[in-house]
Design a protein around this ligand. Structure first.
Ligand SMILES: *[C@@H]1O[C@H](CO)[C@@H](O)[C@H](O)[C@H]1NC(C)=O
Ligand SMILES: *[C@@H]1O[C@H](CO)[C@@H](O)[C@H](O)[C@H]1NC(C)=O
Ligand SMILES: *[C@@H]1O[C@H](CO)[C@@H](O)[C@H](O)[C@H]1NC(C)=O
Ligand SMILES: *[C@@H]1O[C@H](CO)[C@@H](O)[C@H](O)[C@H]1NC(C)=O
Ligand SMILES: *[C@@H]1O[C@H](CO)[C@@H](O)[C@H](O)[C@H]1NC(C)=O
Ligand SMILES: *[C@@H]1O[C@H](CO)[C@@H](O)[C@H](O)[C@H]1NC(C)=O
Length: 295
């Protein structure tokens, strides 16, 4: 692996030497696998995190289709679901982590530090410690470690990302128990009421006409607090209040796309159709190999 990255940095020199192995030349199509070399990949990783920081992320979100992503980008975020295409990923990656009127476990990223990094060809793997503020939790500031695998195309657009929020269960518990230190029952009651009220208010504001999911605000509160579970940390892509709370933030962008996600069916984002084995064995990524070519 190490040899390959040296080779890719030195490719121009190597190619000039007679009889040296000729590496395949990348075309500019989005499916080609470019060979950026280590230093360039580090800069691409940093460029992504610069855009992810608030308020830069608000600018990306406002662009609707961020050029950080390829048109056909495929993204997966641990403990939620898969996200296909540039517009949806602009909403979920840049539009989610900006200030909102909602009561939410989502915070705003304000600084980052890349702690672990390796890269080869068009692939980078990194652990990044990102500091967030959480406005719904007394605006507490907490560090979050985000592990990423990312691939880029020749145009330096992200074609795939696979993201894990490390120690997310511990983070969620830290936030929730802060609502009633020493009494987890009370903390969960408070969290349930606060998140459900927020989702139902947003439903009233954004999901009218054919986008409506509930008959009334009472119907909405009844469903979210009595008929489904709050959900554990790994259930943000399942039939839970926690899942609907994440998707609530997206309603303002495209109600027709996102209202079903907070409704009773979950709209393909918040349901229990994906079992553990399916989650682990899912064959989702198709735009670029995750394992560099052996040469
Ligand atoms: C690919 O794009 C680069 C930069 O835009 C350009 O310099 C190069 O000529 C292009 N290569 C091909 C094969 O089109
Ligand atoms: C964003 O991209 C989608 C998909 O290509 C397209 O349908 C939509 O019109 C674009 N929106 C804007 C504002 O560019
Ligand atoms: C993030 O916050 C921690 C304390 O929680 C602090 O020690 C650290 O310096 C901060 N890092 C950055 C990059 O701001
Ligand atoms: C939360 O803290 C951040 C950083 O200290 C600050 O910029 C922001 O205004 C605060 N937000 C609220 C709602 O107090
Ligand atoms: C914790 O909160 C619950 C629910 O509000 C309450 O019934 C219980 O008495 C509280 N327990 C303690 C130890 O305060
Ligand atoms: C929701 O209400 C807005 C503002 O009155 C209206 O423009 C929009 O067409 C309505 N949406 C639906 C799906 O009925």
């Amino acid at each position: 692996m190490k040899l390959l990255s040296i080779l890719s940095i030195g490719v121009a020199t190597v190619a000039a030497v007679p009889n040296a192995p000729v590496l395949p030349r990348a075309s500019n199509s989005s499916n080609a696998t470019p060979n950026f070399g280590y230093a360039k990949l580090y800069r691409l990783q940093e460029a992504f995190y610069e855009k992810f920081m608030y308020p830069n992320n608000a600018k990306e979100a406002a662009s609707i289709n961020s050029t950080a992503f390829s048109e056909d980008v495929l993204g997966r975020v641990s403990d939620t679901r898969d996200f296909v295409g540039r517009e949806l990923n602009t909403e979920y990656i840049f539009g989610l982590f900006i200030p909102t009127d909602s009561i939410s476990i989502i915070g705003q990223p304000y600084s980052y530090e890349i702690m672990q990094f390796t890269a080869n060809q068009n692939i980078a793997s990194a652990s990044t410690r990102v500091n967030f503020t959480f406005p719904s939790f007394g605006n507490i500031s907490l560090p979050v470690t985000i592990d990423t695998w990312i691939t880029w195309n020749e145009a330096e657009e992200i074609t795939q990302y696979d993201v894990t929020f490390r120690w997310f269960a511990y983070l969620l518990q830290t936030l929730l128990l802060g609502l009633a230190p020493g009494n987890s029952t009370l903390a969960m009651e408070r969290a349930t009421m606060a998140l459900a009220s927020s989702v139902c208010n947003a439903h009233t504001s954004y999901c009218n006409g054919t986008n409506a999911q509930y008959e009334s605000r009472d119907d909405c509160m009844q469903f979210l607090t009595q008929e489904i579970r709050f959900g554990q940390a790994f259930e943000l892509g399942m039939n839970t209040l926690g899942c609907r709370s994440i998707h609530e933030i997206m309603l303002k962008y495209r109600p027709d796309v996102h209202c079903p996600h907070i409704g009773k069916s979950g709209g393909g984002m918040c349901d229990d159709t994906m079992g553990y084995v399916e989650k682990v064995t899912e064959n989702f990524f198709k735009n670029s190999p995750w394992v560099p070519t052996m040469q």
